[in-house]
Write a protein of this length. Structure first.
Length: 285
């Protein structure tokens, strides 16, 4: 899945790959939306994409392009940047790309059905990582009073962006260069300095984590936190690396240069790359 941050003509496209990495086709699964930021796959095999504009909506899409994409207004109308599914607690975490953006979670009334549920926002003081709670946003679909202003004491972050959930922890990054980790088991949140902009990928079987870094690089973080360069795109100075994802068998790493070599913000110059492994994520043999 590839989200488009183009104003007014955004949406989502799908690219189909064969097991050997060859391209088999491409098609639209969402059209006519505005500045679509990062998305995520659901456990029930749909794709979520949010509009990164004030009052933006979340759309649930059919990755095969058969069923029509549907807005999920119960998940809130705000500047959506990224989201991640937590199948263990049956919630979806969401980040808000604002200078005073919040960290949210959506609790569906029924897991697998996003038409109704409760949107909650993280509340707590910045100097008390152990004193945080989730509070309900009274009117998630409101356009006049933004969601981030509806709950007193909502925790503020500097443009929270890409997020990823794995093993009880939801991680997201902010514009001030921090990687935040919300531990859903101990119910605490902490920040570490990281060079990455998009969220890190799940660890490989060897414990390595791949993360997009500054200067159009992808770095490998070892279990002890040491970063080593993996690759760098040359000539893409005004772009950003986005959408990094492994194929299910772990043989291929896909990522995109958001604005390509021209750096055109509203252009069509993005490029998607495939890198063949192995990366230590596939099945035995």
């Amino acid at each position: 899945m590839s989200n488009s941050e183009t104003p007014l003509l955004g949406g989502v496209s799908a690219v189909r790959f064969a097991a050997d990495g060859a391209t088999r086709g491409a098609y639209r699964i969402l059209s006519g939306t505005n500045v679509n930021g990062a998305g995520c796959a659901t456990p029930w095999n749909t794709w979520l994409s949010g509009e990164a504009i004030p009052g933006g909506r979340i759309f649930e899409c059919d990755p095969y392009g058969v069923a029509a994409a549907m807005p999920r207004l119960s998940m809130g109308r705000f500047t959506h940047e990224s989201m991640a599914c937590d199948p263990d607690r049956r919630v979806i975490y969401l980040t808000e790309d604002e200078p005073d953006g919040c960290f949210y979670r959506f609790v569906p009334d029924e897991w697998g059905d996003l038409t109704s549920g409760t949107l909650q926002v993280l509340v707590g003081a910045a100097d008390r990582p152990d004193a945080i709670i989730w509070r309900r946003v009274p009117n998630p679909a409101a356009l006049i009073e933004p969601a981030r202003h509806q709950v007193v004491g909502a925790r503020r972050f500097d443009r929270p962006t890409g997020c990823h959930y794995a093993d009880g922890v939801c991680r997201f990054v902010t514009a001030d260069g921090l990687l935040w980790s919300y531990d859903s088991v101990s119910h605490s949140i902490q920040a570490d300095p990281r060079p990455s902009s998009p969220p890190p990928l799940p660890p490989t079987r060897s414990g390595e984590v791949f993360a997009a870094g500054p200067a159009m690089t992808i770095d490998v973080l070892s279990p002890d936190g040491t970063a080593s360069p993996f690759l760098r795109l040359i000539g893409h100075d005004a772009s950003a690396i986005t959408g990094a994802a492994f194929s299910p068998d772990g043989r291929h790493l896909y990522f995109s240069s958001q604005r390509g070599t021209t750096g055109a913000v509203a252009g069509t110059d993005g490029v998607t790359y495939a890198v063949t492994g192995p990366f230590g994520r596939g099945t035995e043999g």
